[in-house]
Design a protein around this ligand. Structure first.
Ligand SMILES: [Fe+2]
Length: 168
């Protein structure tokens, strides 16, 4: 399975409370920011979501995934022990997407903006097999080839809670 939509209580309220607590720099810096885990995990609303979903034992870290306007991420498999992620939309996530692919190529290790490694393949060797709009909370499979697409004129800000041993 590539993704599973889930619901969290009072998403609007969650967004309204969490957004003002985000590190300012995180809002206009492209990429995945694992360095803010220590700050994000202190946010009570985030702790509450993890507890309510009973993800205390499988939530490995919390990060922010930002995307500039009109951009897409390379097609990749995320490194690390977490094979799934709970993505929660924060800002401008309507009409933005995670897409999954099959490929004739074997993914190879690559670096992203000189930091962090991932397993990537050439886009030309890939065929899209699934898509999910990131407009509502969604557990996504990050152990399959995927990318993200923001076709809008706004920065997309998503909260991502990485999960180990999650069974779809
Ligand atoms: Fe990813």
């Amino acid at each position: 399975m590539y993704f599973k939509k889930i619901s969290i209580n009072n998403l609007n309220e969650f967004q309204e409370r969490v957004i003002p607590q985000l590190p300012n720099e995180s809002l206009t810096m492209p990429g995945v920011m694992p360095q803010w885990h220590d700050r994000l995990i202190k946010i009570l609303e985030i702790q509450k979501v993890i507890t309510e979903l009973k993800f205390e034992d499988i939530a490995t870290h919390v990060c922010i995934v930002t995307m500039p306007p009109n951009s897409e991420l390379p097609i990749h498999i995320d490194g690390g022990i977490s094979k799934a992620a709970l993505n929660i939309p924060l800002l401008n996530c309507n009409g933005t997407y995670t897409r999954w692919y099959s490929s004739t190529e074997t993914p190879v290790s690559q670096t992203h903006h000189g930091k962090g490694t991932y397993l990537g393949v050439d886009r030309e060797c890939c065929q899209q097999i699934a898509i999910s709009e990131m407009n509502s909370p969604c557990i996504i499979n990050i152990n399959q080839l995927h990318d993200a697409h923001n076709p809008n004129d706004t920065w997309r800000i998503l909260l991502s809670i990485r999960l180990k041993n999650y069974q779809f």
